[in-house]
Design a protein around this ligand. Sequence first.
Ligand code: ADP
Ligand code: MG
Length: 581
Amino acid sequence: MERRIKVLDQATINKIAAGEVVENPSSVVKELVENSIDAGSSSITVEIRNGGIPYLRVTDDGIGIVSQDIHLAFERHATSKIKEADDLENINSLGFRGEALASIAAVSQMEIITKSQADDAGTALTIEGGKVVSKKSVGCPEGTTVVVRNLFYNTPARLKYLKTPSRETGQITEIINKMILSKPDIAFKYINNGKTMLVSPGDGNLLNAIAVIYGKDVIQDLVSIDYNCELFQMKGYIGKPGISKPSRRFQNIFVNHRYVKSHAISDAINSAYKTMVMINKYPFAVLYIYFPAEKIDVNVHPAKMEIRFDKQSVICQMITVQIRKALLNSVTTFKSPNISNFAKELKKTYVPVQVEKKAINKKIDNIGLNCIKHEKLEDNIKVSDQYKPIYDYKIIGQIFATYIIVEEGDKVYLIDQHAAHERLLFEKYKHMYKTSNVNRQLLVTPIVEQLPGQYMQIYKDNTQLLERLGFYAEEFGINTVSIREVPVFVHNDKIKSLFLDILDILLNDKTVDADDLVEKKIITKACKAAIKANDKLNSAEIIELLNKIRSSKIPPTCPHGRPILIEITKYELEKKFKRIQ
Ligand code: ADP
Ligand code: MG
């Protein structure tokens, strides 16, 4: 077969381009409304029928298209918004690629009626499959109406992949919601199958725009955000933790007035709520972020939904910090369930000892345990009767820099302090993991790590589990992740190896072992990374440990199965000393 190379004709080129820009009716609505916004409109009407497939219309009162230029509007790469490549560095309009109208016209029957201030009369143009079939002068007000009929009528393959009209309608509604939020100063009207669905006041008040979409009730659960620094500005509203939603769909992020899907920013918002919302819940947000135009790249994706911006990880950390601050400032107006849990945990943990505090401190000083911090905590916590100890322990000292000796009644315990510490950490971490409350810390400098290909896939498949374990990382190029948050208690020099160990366990054991066993392996590894050779148990921890073992709340072994303590009774000693027979 002869294979010669040919340049495609314009109509074919436009159809191919339509594949990128025009995915479905909602992407048509998005492009047309963006054009109306760029035209400086103060009111925009969107009307659709049956999911927008047979009919959709966008009417605006913007500047219109000069009649001489109208044929150009349907040529690819013809735009009034930029003039040269340098302008790409400084984009202030929503459109700039000059391909939407050409692409939409190539796959539909389109009619455009427009009038600019410079023209006495308006122009009506009909185009089918990209070809102009009629052009005439008409009387009309200033502005533009675009009607798109029978979308994909000449590309049956695309038509086949459209969803049902009601699902396409859902997606259009979603786009219109975002547009209303992106421009509270524009009055929008949305009509579906002849019924008016939404009307926004266009009075510039964001709360009114939010109320149109999410209802008035939501307003009382919002926290205002207003932050300015050299790198960026941030304004808008975030939801109190109580109104968190089951998906990210309720996070509306606008960068320089453009609605974007930015996982990085969305994750930065989520991080601010850590420990305040349950797992699988996402905070509500309507956030506007402004960067100097030259600091962002909006030319990443044909639909311009994704963006890149300079200093992404630093800025995201700042976003997290500022949102967290705003949330904590409004803390009196909501109850964080974890704060009260935390207080309970403290009460349980720091049980006062029956022996006199002074005596304990002296003993502890003798054995070199640092209890100053905990003494302070004990002083600050009023322990209710129900947490008073049952048991009466005396900490005697430490031998061989390893074993702690505790006396209780007619028993003596030798505790392997390293094994005990590991068990305690294991129980605490497991509890935090199970209740999705692992405390994390933001790394000042994220750890960027290149992963073997298989690990990258395992990482992607398990991001939620890793988050529950206290790790938050994001993709950072091919097979590379940037680790940004880690469990608080893991030592800095062990973070990287623990992260890789976890991926390793997930890769090798997940298919073989039950989830519980995999979790146990991971948590055991994490505890190893938490213990330093010279970490010491403090008095409160010793008491907690003994009480828990006594009440069978934890097994008397370290997670690897070595015993934590050896019990010697007075009777056994007396026998050894031949005091009794
Ligand atoms: P872009 O928006 O990227 O410039 P489009 O193909 O969407 O490309 O539009 C081409 C041109 O048509 C725009 O640059 C603009 O000059 C003009 N145009 C499109 N829609 C409108 C409108 N609603 N009002 C005024 N001018 C419009
Ligand atoms: Mg456009």
